[in-house]
Design a protein around this ligand. Structure first.
Ligand SMILES: [Zn+2]
Length: 60
């Protein structure tokens, strides 16, 4: 897991290909990140949703 300086939140997102739940630390104030699925490696654009923890993911 990568180090994030300062306050951070955990973003959970579901891989659109294999369905695995991924988690990433995101600095507070960021609303979109790029991440790779830990299981299949597919790259996703992950964006904040109205729910605090579960983020939206789309293959990118
Ligand atoms: Zn995957």
């Amino acid at each position: 897991m990568q180090f994030v300086a300062g306050p951070a939140v955990t973003a959970e997102w579901i891989c659109t290909r294999c369905g695995v739940t991924n988690r990433k630390l995101v600095a507070v104030g960021r609303h979109e990140i790029m991440d790779r699925c830990v299981h299949c490696g597919l790259r996703h654009r992950v964006s904040e949703d109205e729910r605090p923890v579960r983020w939206r993911a789309e293959a990118a």
